[in-house]
Design a protein around this ligand. Sequence first.
Ligand SMILES: Nc1ncnc2c1ncn2[C@@H]1O[C@H](COP(=O)(O)OP(=O)(O)OP(=O)(O)O)[C@@H](O)[C@H]1O
Length: 274
Amino acid sequence: MSLFEEFANRDRVFEFLTPVESPVDVRHGPILYLEDVNVSFDGFKAINNLNLTIDDGELRCIIGPNGAGKTTMMDIITGKTAPDTGSVWFGSRHNLLRMNEPEIASLGIGRKFQKPTVFEALTVFENLELAMATDKRIIPTLRAIMRPEYRERIDEVLETIGLKDLRDNLAGILSHGQKQWLEIGMLLMQKPRLLLVDEPVAGMTEQEMERTAELLTSLAGKQSVVVVEHDMGFVRSIARKVTVLHQGSVLAEGSMDQVSNDPEVIKVYLGEEA
Ligand SMILES: Nc1ncnc2c1ncn2[C@@H]1O[C@H](COP(=O)(O)OP(=O)(O)OP(=O)(O)O)[C@@H](O)[C@H]1O
């Protein structure tokens, strides 16, 4: 076929026009980038010109008073809530505002809600196994054909979340903290690039909180982690960079010492915590 005939052939989709399902591109900038984002609910501005940048591999803590917009911000990143205006990018290639929730999740953004939602009647191992299947109905088939690399991945995750010795225990008998770690493990099975974690230590014992701090800090670097948390002791134990949200905008950003000595932050948030 001549070059002319090839171009004239309308049935053909040229390679350079075919969308490529590409990995997240962080070569020229951050992994997550929100610019001038606004969301109103019935005229109330829940998110107000929000700007936020998360670097690849970073562990970021987000704090702020009730109603500051932390959950709404997570909802925007994961595609649950569409902003009225603004931009939200995952790396330099993926415009998240053009994608729906499942597409965003499959791109490698995992979200952990406050309450653990593990399958109590399944073992720890089976929960992780299930987390790997995209179609939850195919689990018996999946198990039959389960390849060694999947088993290795489960072993790796069990090690990371510290539940290796409990792998054959039913998830229902785990402590609250252990269920939270298992759910983080279920997210890790998908090898996410960015993990959004909402109030991970609510209801945990001191010891569980310490273990959670170790877990989240060990995840950073391999993936980016954004933690929303009210417990200041916990935030201090893991914090590198902290963002303070207030009335839908960033009020302050910096090290824990910087933000906790900021008079505005003390006035709107830390004052009430003391
Ligand atoms: N779907 C909605 N409809 C109406 N108002 C909403 C909706 N979602 C959130 N809001 C309002 O937007 C504001 C921000 O709420 P958001 O839940 O994001 O705050 P938050 O910082 O997560 O608070 P908290 O620390 O209590 O979880 C609140 O005033 C809330 O009442």
